[in-house]
Structures are given as structure tokens and as C-alpha cells.
Design a protein around this ligand. Structure first.
Ligand code: ADP
Ligand code: MG
Ligand code: MG
Length: 886
């Protein structure tokens, strides 16, 4: 039979499957640490396969599994010389969830399981530490009550807080054994009241309940939301880890902590972490006590007086340091580690690759290459292209005066402005209305994930650099300021107070996650540039990639940005945008509405110099590189006058009546403009428009040449071709104008003529079209629309239903669909067969999507073209595609 339960010590054949798929991330790494000889409390992992069995067995643990679990518990008992449920020396265990990838949407861990009214007395006797025993028991009841029995955490907190008030103390650590004893009774009463059942005293029932709760947590709403955001399949399931407890809460030579081997925010090669003396795991992230620094340097840099672990537990610190270095060498990656110290003995409880900001990811990759820990290839493969987006995010303009109202910890870099909201739901609601928000919470919990995703930034008043808010924000690339104790949040009245002022829901603030500053109002931002480690990584990417990267751009500003970001040409320069400009729109309208060819030519003559100047400027910026110019594509009615004033203006200029203009506008009306009189169909009906555009391109080339500006190679692209005759006729038109301009100026010009493949027929008959084309550029936006028969602009209404019902795995306008991809591949093959020199590229939105870029590399396109800010992402994705391709 297939093995379903794995002791941390059991061997696992890695050649067959990735151990994480079976053991989950936490389990696989616990076993790996055990194998490395590190101090790991004994335990075992119930595999992800059991999750499936659990659901198939009506959400109950199959008998066979309970039997196997008993066996494993025996092994722990032997190892620790304690006994589960024993009245002399009781074994306590933790039950921990652990999917393939770490999921903050999942169940919280249950600690101290195995305590009941009797074993707690045994623990007390055995350790001679009644406070510790009672504290552990009340924690267990609290966690079990919350996680397994579904009683909200605040019910327990309220009981503790009220008790502390009456006793007149502030900290939990001020409570003694007797206090906890009373609270335990209150907790049990609470549970009895809420569930109508007594708190379970049978330790096996406790264990069963806890394991079942982990499996059930796989399908909670918040886990589902997290999976959706992160595209994690529902059938992966979670594993469960059961492990002997070690205690960080037995006194002052005990502690618990979290540490990253490098700084997850900046990437600096320094330990970065927090610990608490006399505490259990959850205390560090929960935020009710302020955690302290791990290293002396860390606390000095932060200007903190409270002693670091390096100072309070120097021996254990040295041992930890050694292990951290060993783990990083072993995994060849920055590790995020959890540990506990019991009576000066160090125990390792978790290690995993640490979540990090993109800035940190880039720096760590570059440093690790320098340290010879990884190769350039590995460095390239390690960075998730889409996360580079945050490096391209604007930062606060230094020159603007700012009213800083508070500051907290710089938990996740980047700046964001928005209206403040105090709940995740409100952030989501406003986001749906296209409004930017900053989510303000005392602290966040997994229930807030959807709001953290919807908000532009996150601000908390509690919690450190490793708090839930900080970790999740860094993972999502959201700016975050945590632990801002200078603000006092009042959920009831929807406001927060600083010492100076009151800020209310809806007020706009700016947070700077790089400095921790909270600023009133919206602060302008400045464009980032690519330098340092970032440019180094992209340089390496360029060494590996085979695809060229071009940009979609039609303004000098975008073209300049794109070139700065590394664009190797323009893959799509749309000319219609150049028509909308205020100075020209009247002439464009004249051209469209004129009744005679003479009038039309007149208007075109006026547009020509504008177009020419646009081209001259863009060609100059892209000098030395190819530029694909697409001739006019949209239906003419898009340019028509709408207001009465505009209509009168055109009428007067054409010496026509208003009535005549209105009739003409009516004539031009289309029922389905997407499939109407547009693209090359315009060129067929009104060749003089395309002639003017070609003349503008060629004359721009001539004039630049005369000014000794290094030329570009124009690639003239005819849109929306579906048949051979269309391209044949229009190519002749281009050649005719080229010849004319060359003759007039006595200059020889190089140029290519090609088409956009954006209709299924064009893809299917690509061999015919390739006879007349020097290049194809796949216009995958339109190709997706026409292949599915779905209008992108109207798809918003049902797209979500399609994704929810798994008809679409992902929006086909974001990542290229299989069917559309097949058309692209077919056209590539047929086109190349016909014309070996055919140049092939993609210029739809997909050109900046890493998944689609992999596809383009696989079928052998020459380039992808994307918007300027996606270029660094595309450079990296193209390198990854080249490296992963077999
Ligand atoms: P998460 O996935 O939320 O990090 P974990 O399963 O890692 O949850 O548990 C959270 C914390 O609980 C750990 O960091 C650790 O401090 C504590 N913990 C878990 N198991 C044990 C154990 N066997 N002994 C002591 N503390 C534990
Ligand atoms: Mg953990
Ligand atoms: Mg198109």
C-alpha cells in the first residue's frame, strides 16, 4: 500500500516525487533538517494524500489512518520518554498544517495538545513550575477553542483583558499560576456555553479533532480566496505535522523566535529577526509583546535598548548562527527560520525559503552569484518576473514638502496613497469602484487577505517586521508600514488618532513602506530607473534570452522610457493616437466627413506634416533599431465630432450645413464596429489615407537622414488583413509611395512591409499572406476576440463567472489561450514555410505576460513587444524561457 504517514526520520525517495507534494513544505523541510542532523523535536507528517481520503470519507479520518497515527505517537513517546495522556510524565504535541506552498489562509497551529485537567497537574509536578503548566493549558484551550471549536479569539482575549483590569496589571507575564487557574475555568465555561459540550478531556479525541481541523481548514473561505489570488489548485490538499512540544515559556533561559538569514526587505546579508524570552511561538507574531532583536548590530541600528538574543543567550545564539549559515548553504537560498529555546537548548521548528520583496530578491540573487553559492542561471530562474513590477513602481518625490503624522516600521517598501479604510471588505468594495485605499488595521489576520490585495497599501499599529501584515504585504508587493504604535485606532468610530490629530475613514494618506513614514494627503511620485543590481540581473538575462524585446509605443515619452528600460525597437506604433491631438482632430474630421476626394486630400495634406513630425521624433529616439508602424486601424466614427459645438466647427470649416454633417455621421454609424469598416478595409476604400501615412513615414526617414540622424528600419504594418488580395493590393500602395519619395529625394530607403495576424482566417491562410509579407506581428488582442467571438470591452460582465466555473483558467486577454496559441503556431509554421525570411513577433497585451512569453519562445518567434513598463519583466521572462526550454 502507498505510504501515507512519514516519520521525520524516514527516508524519502526524492527521485520519484518532489517531497513537498507529499509532505507539504513544512514537513519536507522538517525531515530535511532532521537528515542534516539539526535538533528537531521528534514527529511525523500525515501526507497530503490523506487530505483527499479525509474528504472522501465524509470528512472523517479513516480508521487505518488513526491506527497509523497511534503507532507514530508511540515512537515519539519512546524518543522523548514521555507518554501521551500520562498522569506522571505527559507528552504534549503540536499539530501544524502545511501545504506545498506556505498559505497564510490556512489553519493556525495548535500547541500543547495533550493537556487536560489531570495531565496539567502532572506537568506542574514534573516541572515544579505551576505557572508554566497552567499557562500552557490555558493556551491550549484557547487555541483549540478557536481553531477546532470555532470560538472567536476575542472572546478569550476579552476574558483575559477584563481580568487584568480588575487585577490592575498590564502584561500577561504579570499573571501567576493562580490567575491562570481561574482563567482556565472561565475558558472552559465559555466553551461549554458556546458549544454546549465540555472541553474534551480525552487526549486522543483532542488529537483527532485537531488533525481534522487542519484538513477542514483547506476549504475555508479565506484559504479559497488565498488560493484564487495565488493560483493554487484546490486538489493539492494540505499535510499535517504532529510533533513533540518543546517549551520556550518555562522561564528566563527559554525563548522563541523567527529569523531570516538575510534581510527580506533590502536583501542585505545580515540576520534579521525577532525573539521573545519566556514565550511560545505565536507570541512573536501576535504583537501583544514587542519582540526584540536577534543581533547586537540589529538593535543598535534600530536604536533599541532592550538586549538582543546575542547578548541574553550568547551560547545559544552562536549555535543558531552556525545552523543558519548551514541551512543557507544547504538550500542555496535565503531561509526564514523558526526556533525555540528550552532551558538553553536550541530546537529548530521550521525552515523555508523566505518571502522577500523584489528589491531583496534581486540583491540576494546577485550576492549569491558573487558568493559562488549559485550560478547566473539559477539567479535568473529564481526571480519571479511579475514581481519586478514593484521595482518599477514610483517612489515619493523628494522635493515635495510632506506632513509626516506618524512613523512605524518599514515593513514592505514602496509608496502608496489612498483613502483610509478600516476593514478588508471596505477596501474591496472601494477597489471595485476603482478607488485607491490604504487598509488600516490594529493587526491583520488571514481573514483580511482579500482586503490587503484590494488595497494599495497596508498600515498596522501593532506587530513587528515579521508580523502577518509585513510578511503578506511583502509577498504581494504591497507597501506596508507595521507596528505604528503612534497611532491609536478606533474601529467603532472609524478613525485613528495621533498625538496631534484625528484622521477619519475616507481621508487620504500616503504611506512610505521604505521609510515607515505616514503622511497626510497624496504625495506625487517619481519614476524609478534601472540601476545597480537590477540592471546587472537584466544584463545577465540578456545574455541568455533568444527573443528580442520591443515596445508598444507611439509617444516620444513612452518611447524614451522604453529605450531606457532596454527596448530593442518598437513592435507596435499605433498611428491613430496621433490623430486625436487637439491641433489635428479638426483636420481628421474634415478628412472623414468631406464629400469629395479633393476635399479629403486637402485635409490629408494638413495632417501630413503632423504625422511626419511625430515619426521623426520617435525614429530619432529609436535610431538604429526597427520600428513597426501600423497604418490606421480603428473605424472612422471614433474620430467623429460628438458635441454640438464640434459639429458646428467642422460644418463651418467644410462649408457644409450642420444637417449634412449629421446625416454623414449617421451614415458612418456601425452596429458592430469591431467587425466593421476598419483596418485595411479603410485602406481599400480610402487609399489616400494610407498613402498620406506612408508618405509621412518615408519623408520622416528622408529628413532624419538629411540631418545625419542614424536611421531606423521601418516596418510598415497593415492591420486586419484576412486575405491574400488585401495585402497584395496594399503592399503595392506602400511600394508606390516609397518609390515616389525615393525618386523625389534621390535617396534609397530600406523598409519592410508586413501585416498583423489578428483574424483566424489570416492565421489559417498564412501561407497565402506570407507571399506578400516581410513580417507577421500577432495582434493577439484582436485574435483572442475574434477566435472566441468575445469582445474584450464587454467581457467584464461575465469573465468572473467564466473563471469561477473554471471555463477559463485565466483571463485569455491576460495570458494567451491554447486555442488562440494554436492559431499563432499554425500561422508561424505556414508563414515560415512560404517565406523563410519571415520575421515574427507578437504585439498584443500578451507580449508582456511571462507565461505567454514562454509560449512565444517555444514556437520560435523573433520578438515580443510590450508596454514600456513591462520591458524589464519581459527581458527576464524571455531569459527564463530560454533556460527552461529543453
Ligand atoms: P505557521 O505555519 O503559522 O508558521 P507553525 O506550524 O510553524 O505555524 O507554528 C507556529 C509556531 O508555533 C512556531 O513558530 C513555533 O514557535 C510554535 N510551534 C510549533 N510547533 C511547536 C513545537 N513542537 N514546539 C514548540 N513550539 C512549536
Ligand atoms: Mg511557522
Ligand atoms: Mg487589432
Amino acid at each position: 500500500m502507498e505510504k501515507l504517514i512519514f516519520n521525520f526520520k524516514s527516508s524519502f525517495s526524492k527521485t520519484k516525487t518532489n517531497p513537498k507534494h507529499i509532505l507539504g513544505g513544512k514537513g519536507a523541510n522538517l525531515a530535511e533538517m532532521e537528515r542534516l542532523g539539526l535538533p528537531v523535536p521528534p514527529g511525523f507528517t500525515i501526507s497530503t494524500k490523506v487530505c483527499d481520503l479525509f474528504y472522501k470519507n465524509k470528512k472523517k479520518l479513516p480508521k487505518i489512518i488513526t491506527r497509523l497515527i497511534k503507532k507514530e505517537i508511540h515512537l515519539i513517546e519512546k524518543n522523548t520518554k514521555k507518554k501521551f495522556g500520562d498522569l506522571k510524565n505527559p507528552l504534549l504535541i503540536s499539530v501544524r498544517s502545511g501545504a506545498r506552498v506556505s498559505m497564510p489562509g490556512m489553519m493556525d497551529t495548535i500547541l500543547n495538545l495533550g493537556l487536560n485537567d489531570k495531565t496539567v497537574l502532572a506537568l506542574e509536578k514534573k516541572t515544579l513550575n505551576p505557572r508554566f503548566a497552567k499557562d500552557s493549558y490555558r493556551r491550549f484551550i484557547q487555541m483549540y477553542g478557536n481553531v477546532v471549536l470555532g470560538i472567536k479569539e476575542y472572546n478569550f482575549e476579552e476574558i483575559i483583558e477584563n481580568y487584568k483590569l480588575t487585577k490592575g496589571v498590564i502584561l500577561d507575564t504579570d499573571l501567576d499560576a493562580d490567575d491562570w487557574e481561574g482563567l482556565i475555568k472561565n475558558f472552559k465555561d465559555l466553551i461549554k456555553g458556546k458549544t454546549k459540550k465540555k472541553f474534551p478531556q480525552d487526549v486522543n479525541e483532542q488529537l483527532n479533532g485537531a488533525i481534522s481541523a487542519v484538513f477542514l481548514s483547506w476549504n475555508t473561505n479565506r484559504a479559497k480566496v488565498y488560493r484564487k489570488i495565488n493560483q493554487i489548485p484546490a486538489d493539492w490538499g494540505t499535510a499535517v505535522n504532529v510533533q513533540a512540544m518543546v517549551f520556550g515559556n518555562m522561564g528566563n533561559n527559554c525563548a522563541t523566535g523567527v529569523v531570516f538569514t538575510r534581510n527580506p526587505s533590502t536583501g542585505e546579508k545580515k540576520f534579521f529577526g525577532e525573539y521573545l524570552i519566556n514565550a511560545q511561538g505565536e507570541d512573536v507574531v501576535a504583537g501583544n509583546r514587542t519582540p526584540r532583536h536577534i543581533t547586537i548590530k540589529g538593535r543598535l541600528d534600530a536604536n533599541v535598548k532592550e538586549l538582543s538574543m546575542e547578548e541574553t543567550l550568547p551560547k545559544v545564539y552562536l549555535q543558531l548562527k552556525k545552523i543558519l549559515n548551514q541551512l543557507e548553504k544547504h538550500y542555496k537560498d535565503m531561509q526564514d527560520v523558526e526556533f525555540t529555546v528550552e532551558n538553553n537548548k536550541l530546537w529548530m521548528l521550521q525552515t523555508r525559503s523566505g518571502k522577500r520583496t523584489s528589491k531583496s530578491a534581486v540583491k540576494i540573487s546577485v550576492d549569491m552569484v558573487k558568493e559562488k553559492l549559485i550560478s547566473k542561471k539559477e539567479a535568473i530562474l529564481r526571480i519571479e518576473p511579475n514581481t519586478l513590477d514593484t521595482l518599477l513602481h514610483p517612489t515619493l518625490d523628494e522635493k515635495v514638502k510632506k506632513e509626516v503624522i506618524a512613523s512605524g516600521l518599514p515593513a514592505s517598501p514602496g509608496a502608496a496613497s489612498g483613502k483610509i479604510v478600516f476593514s478588508a471588505d471596505e477596501a474591496e468594495r472601494l477597489n471595485n469602484m476603482m478607488q485607491d485605499t490604504i487598509l488600516v488595521r490594529i493587526e491583520t489576520s488571514p481573514e483580511d487577505i482579500h482586503g490587503m490585495h484590494a488595497a494599495k497599501g497596508i498600515l498596522t499599529s501593532r506587530g513587528g517586521m515579521t508580523s502577518h501584515a509585513a510578511v503578506v504585504a511583502r509577498g504581494m508587493g504591497r507597501p506596508c508600514v507595521s507596528g505604528t504604535s503612534q497611532i491609536d485606532i478606533d474601529y467603532k468610530n472609524k478613525l485613528f488618532k495621533t498625538s496631534e490629530q484625528i484622521v477619519k475613514e475616507g481621508d487620504i494618506i500616503t504611506i512610505d513602506g521604505s521609510s515607515g513614514k505616514i503622511i497626510l494627503g497624496e504625495i506625487p511620485t517619481v519614476k524609478p530607473e534601472i540601476s545597480g543590481d537590477f540592471s546587472k540581473v537584466l544584463g545577465w538575462a540578456d545574455e541568455f534570452r533568444k527573443l528580442k524585446i520591443r515596445t508598444n509605443s507611439e509617444t516620444p515619452l513612452d518611447t524614451k522610457t522604453a529605450r531606457d528600460f532596454g527596448a530593442e525597437g518598437i513592435g507596435l506604433c499605433r498611428t491613430e493616437h496621433m490623430f486625436f491631438d487637439e491641433g489635428r482632430i479638426l483636420h481628421v474630421r474634415q478628412m472623414i466627413l468631406s464629400k469629395t476626394i479633393a476635399d479629403r486630400n486637402n485635409a490629408l495634406d494638413k495632417i501630413l506634416p503632423y504625422q511626419k513630425n511625430d515619426f521623426k521624433e520617435i525614429f530619432k529616439i529609436m535610431s538604429g533599431l526597427p520600428v513597426t508602424v501600423r497604418l490606421l486601424d480603428p473605424p472612422l466614427h471614433e474620430f467623429l465630432p460628438k458635441s454640438e459645438k464640434e459639429i458646428i466647427e467642422v460644418a463651418n470649416s467644410l462649408k457644409l450645413t450642420e444637417e449634412e454633417i449629421k446625416i454623414r455621421i449617421n451614415e458612418l454609424h456601425e452596429h458592430n464596429p469591431m467587425l466593421g469598416h476598419r483596418g485595411c478595409r479603410l485602406g481599400i476604400s480610402y487609399p489616400e489615407i494610407y498613402e498620406m501615412q506612408c508618405r509621412a513615414i518615408f519623408e520622416a526617414l528622408v529628413e532624419n537622414k538629411k540631418q545625419k540622424i542614424k536611421s531606423i528600419i521601418p516596418e510598415i504594418m497593415i492591420p486586419l488583413i484576412s486575405s491574400e488580395a488585401e495585402i497584395r493590393i496594399l503592399k503595392e500602395l506602400v511600394i508606390k509611395i516609397a518609390n515616389k519619395v525615393q525618386k523625389e529625394n534621390n535617396i534609397k530607403l530600406d523598409y519592410l512591409v508586413g501585416t498583423m495576424i489578428e483574424l483566424p482566417r489570416a492565421a489559417i491562410r498564412a501561407n497565402d499572406i506570407a507571399k506578400h509579407a516581410d513580417f507577421f506581428s500577432f495582434g493577439t488582442n484582436d485574435l483572442t476576440q475574434t477566435t472566441f467571438g468575445i469582445s474584450r470591452d464587454d467581457s467584464g460582465k461575465f469573465l468572473n463567472d467564466y473563471i469561477e466555473n473554471k471555463i477559463f483558467e485565466i483571463d485569455p486577454f491576460i495570458s494567451i489561450d491554447k486555442g488562440v496559441g494554436e492559431l499563432v503556431a499554425l500561422a508561424t509554421e505556414k508563414g515560415r514555410k512560404q517565406n523563410k525570411k519571415l520575421k515574427l513577433g507578437i504585439c498584443g497585451e500578451h507580449g508582456g505576460d511571462p507565461k505567454s512569453i514562454h509560449f512565444c519562445a517555444r514556437i520560435g518567434l523573433n520578438y515580443v513587444s510590450c508596454s514600456p513598463f513591462r520591458i524589464p519583466i519581459a527581458r527576464l521572462a524571455a531569459a527564463q524561457a530560454a533556460l527552461i526550454k529543453k
